[in-house]
Design a protein around this ligand. Structure first.
Ligand code: ADP
Ligand code: MG
Length: 264
């Protein structure tokens, strides 16, 4: 089983103060990890540190116990896939050709049968077989999200980093997406780290939640242990009512939601 570790990492964008400080965690079994915290706290930045897009100044990221800066770009891309928040596509491309791009870390000049096989499998797993020849730009937001997940899967990664995979989806498509992610984790035995704002969905689906506050990890535990009324208030300044039924966390807004909103 693969392992990804953040050891005491700090990060800042050039000319700015530290955004992330002394971040430590270790993931070594198939699971869905939710990265939570208010806007601008550094969730997307942390995802980008994990696959080396953002170069950490202090500390190290290890994949399978090897510093990620010691991997070639190709090697790293074969192991850790990234699904961006924005799934806008600038050019005309079929679903199959787009998903095949996930095989670039393996191919030299042209795709071989193994590449097509991996792309076809990814397309099937994301229920996109009927759309293979369609232009990605002509798909709905939910379908396009699945195409991006399929492109990540085609590269046969051990870890997938997803930046708000449900942000542009309606509630049904959000549930479908999270069910799909959970199924992929089970079947492919992969680790998925995702940022998510919807606390109810995080409570229902995440195996583990990492909460960020002031650039640091504030809580890192199960959904039941992290998504408490006190913790949510401390992080977001919002009053909620949390119920736990059969080990699942249900988060509801309270009557007086927060100090700045009097009534709805
Ligand atoms: P989150 O995903 O939690 O909303 P981000 O990781 O996107 O937060 O951003 C964290 C902070 O870093 C924000 O203050 C944001 O303005 C800043 N930031 C993000 N990207 C850049 C960048 N490329 N250059 C400089 N600052 C950035
Ligand atoms: Mg973000």
């Amino acid at each position: 089983m693969s392992r990804i570790e953040a050891k005491n990492i700090s990060f800042r964008y050039k000319g700015n103060k530290n955004i992330l400080q002394a971040i430590n965690f270790e993931l070594h079994e198939p699971c869905l990890v939710g990265l939570l915290g208010p806007n601008g706290i550094g969730k997307s930045t942390l995802l980008k540190c994990l696959n080396g897009i953002c170069k950490v100044e202090e500390g190290k990221i290890y994949f399978d116990q090897r510093d990620i800066t010691c991997y070639s770009l190709k090697e790293l891309a074969q192991s850790i896939a990234y699904v961006p928040q924005n799934t806008y596509v600038r050019f005309s491309v079929s679903v199959m050709d787009f998903v095949l791009m996930g095989r670039i870390p393996y191919s030299s000049y042209c795709y071989c049968s193994k590449d097509y096989e991996a792309a076809r499998r990814a397309i099937e797993e994301t229920n996109l077989s009927a759309y293979q020849e369609k232009d990605v730009r002509k798909l709905s937001g939910g379908e396009r999200q699945r195409v991006f997940v399929a492109r990540a899967l085609a590269g046969m990664p051990k870890v997938i980093l997803m930046d708000e995979p449900t942000s542009s989806l309606d509630i049904k498509n959000s549930l479908n997406m999270l069910n799909l992610i959970k199924r992929l984790i089970r079947e492919r035995e992969i680790i998925v780290v995702m940022t998510i704002h919807d606390l109810s969905l995080a409570g229902l689906f995440c195996d583990r939640i990492i909460m960020l506050k002031n650039g640091r990890i504030w809580k890192d535990d199960s959904a039941v242990a992290t998504l408490t009324e006190e913790n949510i208030k401390a992080i977001y300044g919002v009053n909620t009512r949390v119920n736990i039924k059969q080990g699942k966390v249900y988060v509801q807004l309270e009557n007086k939601i927060c100090d700045t909103i009097e009534d709805i």
